[in-house]
Ligand binder design. Structure first.
Ligand SMILES: Cc1cc2nc3c(=O)[nH]c(=O)nc-3n(C[C@H](O)[C@H](O)[C@H](O)COP(=O)(O)O)c2cc1C
Length: 163
């Protein structure tokens, strides 16, 4: 077992891996649900697969497991507020207050996302205190816009030209 100091050092080191920021969404019995996530990557082209790493305790993990449907929403630099809200333990209703969305492949896709991927949660595999979700992508899209970035525990923006 890693001690607290080692976990701190690991977080600091892995924080050098700059990422985009996503909101992973699903439907629970109360309606749309979602969480901020950056442990996300593409996995396969044939078939189209993505990986989403879920904290075992995330309510969105439970909703995704039950509904079997997931969307990955890539946030724009204008959506830092959304990222903070969806990283919280606010209720689903609070998280989605004033947030526009449409349903694609059985999952909520957020207005203003610069890219989105929706489909079936094909597998959930153990990964320590997380679970590795494999999502079979059925619908996806993208739009122009600057991505929101995350580096060493802080939000960041691209410097220079986006093309
Ligand atoms: C930048 C950032 C990235 C995050 N990445 C993940 C992630 O990849 N997987 C995860 O389970 N939680 C991640 N979290 C934490 C969740 O957003 C947080 O636990 C959230 O409260 C879960 O909400 P839920 O319980 O409503 O699903 C991240 C938080 C932040 C701020």
């Amino acid at each position: 077992m890693a001690d607290a100091g080692e976990i701190r050092r690991f977080r600091s080191a892995i924080g050098q891996f700059a990422t985009g920021v996503c909101v992973v969404t699903s439907f629970s019995e109360n309606g749309p649900t979602g969480m901020t996530a950056n442990a996300i990557t593409s996995l396969s082209l044939e078939p189209l697969l993505m990986i989403v790493c879920f904290d075992r305790t995330a309510r969105t993990r439970a909703a995704a497991e039950t509904s079997g449907r997931v969307a990955v929403n890539v946030l724009s630099s204008e959506q830092e507020g959304l990222s903070k809200t969806f990283a919280s333990k606010a209720t689903e209703e609070e998280k989605f207050a004033g947030v526009g969305w449409t349903e694609h492949a059985g999952a909520p896709v957020l207005d203003g996302a610069i890219a989105w991927f929706a489909g079936a949660l094909a597998d959930l595999r153990p990964g320590g205190d997380h679970e590795i979700g494999i999502v079979a992508i059925e619908e996806f899209g993208d739009a122009p816009g600057e991505p929101l970035l995350y580096h060493r525990g802080a939000y960041a923006r691209m410097m220079g030209e986006i093309y």
